[in-house]
Design a protein around this ligand. Structure first.
Ligand code: ADP
Ligand code: MG
Length: 697
């Protein structure tokens, strides 16, 4: 029966060779099946009739039944239009056309009963519908619920407007009864009460009402997402089979000792759950590839440390890689302090480690004398050799490239386990899909006692007030960040603004009462480091900076964040920046400074920041504003070529599709059972047709 669906589109009634070429070129529709899967993006409800009187209460689209009593042309030039008076038993309104006047004049018959469909608008005391759809009333025609398709200029020119396409799909679905095989096993259909595939394909194009359309869409979205999830899980399995990993059999004394004696605070529920997930991974004998997502300040570092202690307790070395020297140093200091009383050797390696130190370190690493190595990407250089590396933690994943992760795989006889940590929150259902071969753990809970950062959007004229506020905070012993944008395209202007800002802050906060630090990307690393240390140790009270401080920096005493030209920042950046304050016990503040003129989107971003501190909520707005393609980069864009499902809005369906895919593979790992025959064949085709992006994720 497949053969029917593979029929070239040319042979569908109403197509022919010229339109076939166009359909293929414009929509990629080559076969009957392609057209079946060219789904409407919305529906128009023509099942209801309204009266002219009702229009006055009605917002939006209406369908009327009545007669045209009079028609005339009026106005001149661009204002020239055709106006028809339309009447039903309850009143009359005007129908108006500005375009296609000749054609309208010819086709409209005064006095016969017609149907009118369109959006009614009020003009003073009059109501009218501009460019309505009109057709003869036919008492034998069933009430309709019409699909609307995306079309285009070229298609429309050849009669394939949204209506033209609808005619074709109606021709097609009229003939497919009995020709569409079911793809899903009976129990899945039962369990989720899905429409059978054939019915869904018919109803998605020709539903009787919105409920039917929704059920049809649900079935088709589910199926599409199920195949996507099956594909992801299959690829992951293939990868896992290829890369055997070390099995960490025990929790280990090192972990237990730390947990019992040195854990600085009770773990949050989320931290515990995530650790369990990691622990399960580590004993499976497969290489772990796990993404740990957690909002800024959710306590990822502690999870990283505990994970490294699993490795050490099983006789392996562990490494943690940070995106910047400043962060590597911070990790080194905080981790060294936490394990100070234990018999553990912790070392740091960064780009600025001296040659002699390096040599000693290299030797110690190879001899297995170092348990935990902390560093920047310097630690994945080929000349850095480990005795027995079992785990690598990568902090703030978005700063690391694919090639760097690949280097890691060669660091031992088997590839070390990998834990990738990121504070860039994306909705879980999207993450599950976007990160292909990575498993995802989420810390969705902040440590207790965190106060949300009070956030305000302020304009330039409020600056004097804000500066006096800063003075009061500094008097109380707090510290302040002032952050300027630095966007590549306008870099030199941005540096000027930064310097201007720095000078004006110096004027408003004069020495010796106030001490100011500044860091930006053009400074030498050691100068940056020096300024950061001055601020971290409280010797300076104000830190003027570009976004170099965005990631990870931890100065709990800093309680105010001022973001200049905040309308120019993206949402996730604003959230990261704000995450630099609110880390201590004090109430913290974030002021989003902006010019008077802000784009609509800019306003929405700032409003969102003012409204919420929740990184996941913020990421949802971000997603809405930018779209998933933008957020995940082009690598995964192939993934987003979905025909009917939407990874952003169909999150719940993603979840059940994932669950179904998991169960299916658990019970029938190779999909060899007869009831999975169709799925298996289709999956094979899909896997062959796509480049192996799962390696990239
Ligand atoms: P991030 O996830 O942004 O990397 P950190 O690991 O830097 O967050 O943790 C932020 C702060 O929260 C640190 O000061 C850390 O010591 C503290 N912290 C982490 N876990 C807990 C916990 N369970 N209870 C209390 N404080 C915690
Ligand atoms: Mg961190």
């Amino acid at each position: 029966m497949q053969t029917y669906l593979q029929t070239p589109i040319e042979y569908l009634k109403g197509v022919g060779s010229a339109r076939a070429v166009l359909l293929q070129k414009e929509l990629g529709v080559k076969t009957f099946e392609d057209l079946l899967e060219y789904y409407p993006f919305r529906y128009v409800d023509r099942t209801r009739f309204h009266t002219v009187r009702e229009l006055r209460q009605l917002e939006g689209f209406a369908q009327l039944r009545g007669r045209i009593t009079r028609i005339h042309t009026t106005g001149a030039g661009r204002g020239k239009r055709m106006v028809a008076s339309f009447t039903d038993a309850t009143g009359s309104i005007d129908l108006v056309w500005f375009k296609g006047l000749k054609w309208i004049e010819k086709s409209i018959k005064v006095g016969s009963e017609i149907l009118v469909y369109g959006k009614a608008k009020r003009f003073g005391s009059n109501w009218n519908i501009t460019h309505p759809e009109i057709e003869d009333f036919n008492p034998n025609q069933a009430a309709r619920f019409e699909p609307v398709y995306h079309s285009g200029e070229k298609l429309t020119a050849k009669g394939l407007s949204t209506k033209g396409i609808a005619k074709l799909t109606q021709n097609l679905v009229a003939n497919i009864k009995g020709k569409i095989p079911e793809t899903l096993p009976h129990e899945v259909i039962e369990h989720y009460r899905l429409m059978p595939r054939e019915e869904a394909l018919i109803k998605v194009h020709a539903p009787l009402n919105i409920e039917e359309a929704k059920r049809a869409q649900f079935r088709l979205k589910f199926e599409e997402l199920l195949f996507l999830q099956l594909e992801l899980l299959m690829r992951k399995k293939i990868m896992a089979a290829k890369s055997q990993g070390f099995s960490f059999e025990q929790v280990g004394d090192v972990f237990n000792d730390f947990y019992a004696n040195y854990l600085p605070f009770e773990l949050t529920g989320a931290q515990k759950r995530v650790l369990k997930e990691i622990r399960m991974d580590l004993r499976k004998g497969e290489q772990m590839n796990r993404l740990l997502q957690g909002d800024v300040g959710s306590g990822k570092t502690l999870v990283a440390l505990l994970t490294m202690l699993f490795a050490v307790g099983n006789g392996f070395q562990a490494a943690i890689m940070a995106p910047t020297e400043i962060l590597a140093k911070q990790h080194f200091e905080s981790i060294s302090e936490l394990v100070a009383k234990m018999d553990l050797k912790v070392a740091i390696l960064t780009g600025s480690s001296r040659t002699k130190e390096r040599r000693i370190l290299h030797e110690a690493l190879e001899a297995g004398e170092i348990d935990i190595l902390i560093g920047t990407h310097a630690l994945i250089e080929p000349k850095v050799k480990f005795k027995n590396l079992g785990l690598v933690v990568i902090d703030e994943q978005h700063r690391f490239g694919v090639a760097q992760r690949a280097k890691l795989q060669k660091k031992n006889t088997r590839p070390p386990h990998v834990l990738v940590m990121t504070a860039t929150p994306i909705p879980r259902t999207l993450a599950m899909t976007a990160y292909g071969d990575l498993d995802v753990s989420v810390i969705d809970e902040l440590p207790p006692g965190r106060k949300p950062v009070e956030t305000q959007h302020r304009y330039e004229k409020a600056r004097p007030q804000i500066f006096s506020f800063l003075k009061r905070e500094i008097e109380k012993g707090r510290q302040v960040y002032v952050v300027y944008p630095l966007i590549e395209e306008s870099e030199s202007m941005d540096y000027l603004n930064l310097m201007d800002g720095y000078e004006s802050i110096q004027r408003s906060f004069p020495r010796p009462e106030y001490q100011i630090s500044m860091v930006h990307g053009k400074m030498k690393p050691e100068d940056k480091e020096f300024e950061m240390q001055m601020f971290a140790s409280g010797k300076t009270q104000i830190m003027v900076a570009t976004t170099v401080i965005e990631v990870g920096v931890n100065v709990p005493n800093a309680s105010v964040m001022i973001i200049e030209s905040s309308e120019r920042f993206g949402l996730s950046q604003l959230h990261q920046l704000r995450g630099r304050v609110g880390r201590g016990a004090e109430k913290s503040y974030c002021f989003l400074m902006s010019g008077d003129k802000i784009s609509k989107e800019g306003k929405r971003r700032l409003e969102t920041m003012v409204e919420t501190n929740d990184g996941f909520k913020i990421s949802e707005v971000d997603l809405e504003l930018r779209g998933p393609g933008d957020i995940m980069g082009t690598q995964q864009s192939g993934l987003l070529n979905l025909k009917i499902a939407d990874l952003v809005t169909d999150g719940p369906i993603v979840t059940i599709a994932r669950e179904t895919a998991r169960n299916m593979l658990k019970l029938d790992p190779k999909l060899q059972e007869p009831k999975h025959a169709f799925i298996r064949t289709k999956l094979k085709t899909i896997m062959r047709s796509k480049p192996n992006w799962s390696k990239i994720a």
